[in-house]
Design a protein around this ligand. Structure first.
Ligand SMILES: [Zn+2]
Length: 77
């Protein structure tokens, strides 16, 4: 369990930060849910590797994963 300090701060564990692409400067929002508080970022993440997607993309994938998907798709033809 994490403690909250006197300023209301706590620490998001590194494994969760990696999983959700929370790096220094990532903007997050806290949403009140029935079960508790949900922490989420509006910054789009790759659905495969959870890297941040820098540019506007039609698909929720980073360049690397997009290239892999295209490669595997072309391989099936
Ligand atoms: Zn990716």
């Amino acid at each position: 369990m994490k403690k909250i300090d006197k300023l209301g701060r706590s620490v998001i564990p590194i494994d969760l930060r990696k999983k959700y692409g929370f790096t220094e400067g990532t903007k997050i929002e806290l949403l009140a849910m029935d079960e508790g508080i949900m922490v989420r970022s509006d910054e789009p993440l790759c659905k495969i590797c959870h890297e941040k997607i820098s540019e506007e993309s039609a698909f929720p994938l980073c360049k690397n994963c997009m290239a892999e998907v295209i490669k595997s798709y072309q391989g099936k033809k």
